[in-house]
Design a protein around this ligand. Structure first.
Ligand code: TNX
Length: 638
């Protein structure tokens, strides 16, 4: 159904604060009056906003409502134009900082769709970034990404029809089948790379289990009549097979660019043991099938961890049998729900979560391809969905809106002073640790506002009893208790870098923190004795815009990061030698506030995700931007 109304927005970038012009056009054949406009935008107005030709009604995080002047009628074909001045949470830098979605509440209480356009920049042409990834250049005509750490190949030919494995070892047969199926799912138009029989025109592939190779290492030697693959562990076998599948699939789909080696050798092992990608399914919910394809893409890029951000203010996405409200209420937004529209959603209820059965299926898929799924449940901050679903977890004596998170949510941190909080945590951890074999459970710990709980009598009591001073000490005390619960399950705590604040938590046993705010933070964490994964916003946040152009989508708080910048960033950077053993690896973060369509997802995520995969696998001396660029045009997208 095409919308009967259209919303346009113009940013006027004048001093001191700029202003936002909003224009609503009536495309229907009916006049409307006594209506109310709602829109969602990361550009938020403050409560003392000044509106010309309209009035501000309310805002909840990025959900806004405005009314026209009393008695105003919007006739067919006509416009209501109002201007919002003073003050905003930041100065917009890109078109997508403005309204992402909008709707009207009409006089009779019904709702009407409003199509929301990109925000224009007054007086300026909106340019795109242009070409972000050049065609690139290959030294060897082989489709391989991440690039192997040791490779010699001299002779090349057209690819064989298929690679034939005649092993009868059950684990080998299963691995071949898994990688065949993976290639099939990602490239439906290509033939299977492997056959489990001696096919005519095929080339023999010998699989040899050997001693002395690392867990994820493999060796391949090529000859005119056969190929040999050596491995010591299942992960190495999978990666060797993926390399072969990439080479043959590439040679079949881009004949002018890629071939198949008939001599030479690959001896390969990853640079880092932790090679991850995070995926935020709270701000935007991705249907289960998309997440499955995402795991396939990780495997194809030899990424071995999916950090699954399953909860945030905007939605709780994992079925917890002990608390059905979490997904009955906490996974819904819409005009008739407890949580309003956010980040591109409209008046209709959008409801999305993953059932425990689906999660088991995903874990199995990952296990077959050496991808571990680490769950994140973001506590104590980012808990609006939890607290909306389970209002008993709110301290009744804490004044409402006594603090706000950086994303504008009032009182969004779960309360460490209430006994029911711990019952909640225990139940959730119990179910989640049963469900996920992952040795880490990520507890978030990010962005708790520095005034959180300071007006909660329950926390005041806790602070007196435990002699705690200020929000960060309360947070550390709380996370320490959560850590004990997780340890009892035989698991290790993962968290964002702020878990170290206020004294932090126990470092023993490999507590793993994710350094996101800036690269230096990673070194500080290592100095404090934490294991570290580098995921700095400045290079590895795939929600950051890829250039400064207004038309280029994305966030801007950490600046911009072009694919080349992401590729060339070196996580080991300034890490002193004695701390290098604490650096476990690298990770992409896919925060989804801006990723409101599949096109936007693909535009922002690829090939920067592939760049991080290569940075995690390939030693600095073996990296090459132009080779990577040439490979990147052939990699699967979501
Ligand atoms: C910061 S990174 C956040 C997220 C946002 C992201 C947007 C982190 C641990 N917290 O909640 O989505 O910035 O770039």
């Amino acid at each position: 159904m095409s919308a009967q109304f259209r919303l346009e927005a113009i940013w006027r970038d004048h001093e001191p604060n700029g202003s936002l012009v909003v224009i609503l056009t009536n495309l229907s054949d009916k006049a409307i009056s006594n209506f109310r406009l709602a829109y969602t935008a990361l550009l938020r107005v403050s409560k003392d906003v000044v509106v010309e030709n309209g009035s501000f009604v309310r805002r909840f995080a990025n959900f806004h409502e405005f009314d026209p002047e009393q008695g105003f009628t919007l006739n067919p074909g006509e416009q209501w134009k109002f201007e919002v001045k003073d003050t905003f949470n930041f100065r917009p830098k890109h078109r997508n900082d403005g309204p992402k979605s909008a709707y009207l509440t009409l006089e009779d209480g019904s709702f009407a769709h409003v199509e929301a356009g990109d925000m224009a920049l007054e007086g300026r042409e909106s340019k795109t970034a242009g070409i972000l990834v050049p065609e690139g250049e290959l030294e060897l005509p082989l489709a391989l990404c991440p690039w192997p750490n040791n490779i010699t190949a001299g002779d090349f030919a057209a690819p064989p029809v298929v690679m034939c494995v005649t092993s009868t070892d059950a684990a080998e047969v299963a691995a071949v089948n898994n990688v065949n199926a993976l290639s099939n799912r990602l490239f439906t138009d290509l033939p299977n790379p492997f056959a489990l029989f001696d096919a005519e025109g095929g080339r023999k592939l010998n699989l040899n289990k050997v001693n002395g190779l690392g867990k994820e290492a493999y060796e391949i030697s090529f000859a005119a009549d056969e190929i040999s693959l050596n491995y010591a562990h299942e992960a190495g076998l999978i990666y060797g097979l993926i390399s072969l599948a990439q080479i043959i699939d590439g040679a079949k789909s881009a004949e002018d660019k890629f071939q198949f080696p008939t001599s030479g050798k690959i001896e390969d092992a990853p640079r880092y043991s932790w090679r991850g990608s995070h995926l935020d399914v709270s701000r935007q919910f991705y249907p289960f099938e998309r997440v499955k394809r995402f795991v396939d893409i990780l495997a194809w890029n030899k990424l071995n961890t999916m950090h699954w951000h399953l909860s945030d203010d905007e939605g709780w996405r994992v079925e917890i049998k002990g608390y059905p409200e979490l997904t009955d209420v906490g996974a819904k937004r819409g005009a008739n729900e407890k949580m309003p529209a956010q980040l591109g959603s409209s008046f209709e209820t959008d409801h999305g979560f993953y059932s425990q059965d689906e999660i088991k299926e995903l874990i199995k898929q990952g296990q077959a391809l050496n991808v571990e799924i680490m769950p994140e449940l973001d506590i104590p901050g980012h808990c609006t969905a939890v607290l909306t679903a389970l209002p008993d977890l709110v301290d009744p004596d804490e004044p409402k809106a006594s603090y706000h998170s950086i994303q504008g949510y009032p009182n969004n941190a779960i309360n460490p002073g209430l006994p029911q909080t711990y019952k909640f945590i225990e139940t959730v951890i119990e179910e989640v640790s049963e469900l996920f074999p992952s040795k880490y459970i990520h507890v978030g710990g990010d962005e708790v506002d520095e005034n959180s709980w300071m007006e909660s009598p329950a926390v005041e009591k806790l602070m007196n009893e435990e002699r705690l001073n200020g929000t960060m000490q309360v947070q550390a005390h709380f996370l320490g208790k959560v850590q004990n619960i997780i340890k009892k399950k035989g698991k290790i705590v993962g968290g964002w870098d702020e878990v170290s604040h206020g004294g932090g938590i126990d470092r023993e046993g490999g507590t793993l923190l994710f350094a996101w705010q800036k690269p230096e933070v990673g070194i500080e964490l290592a100095q404090q004795g934490y294991d570290v994964v580098m995921t700095p916003g400045q290079a590895y946040y795939l929600d950051m815009a890829q250039s400064e152009e207004w038309q280029e989508p994305g966030a801007s708080w950490a600046g911009t990061s072009s694919p080349q910048n992401t590729y060339e960033y070196e996580a080991a950077g300034e890490f002193p030698d004695d701390l290098k053993s604490r650096l476990k690896g690298v990770q992409a973060c896919i925060w989804s506030e801006h990723l409101i369509s599949r096109d936007l997802f693909n535009h922002m995520v690829f090939p920067r995700l592939n760049a991080i995969a290569e940075a995690g696998w390939t030693e600095a001396k073996n990296k090459s931007w132009l080779r990577f660029a040439a490979q990147s045009h052939h990699l699967p997208r979501l």
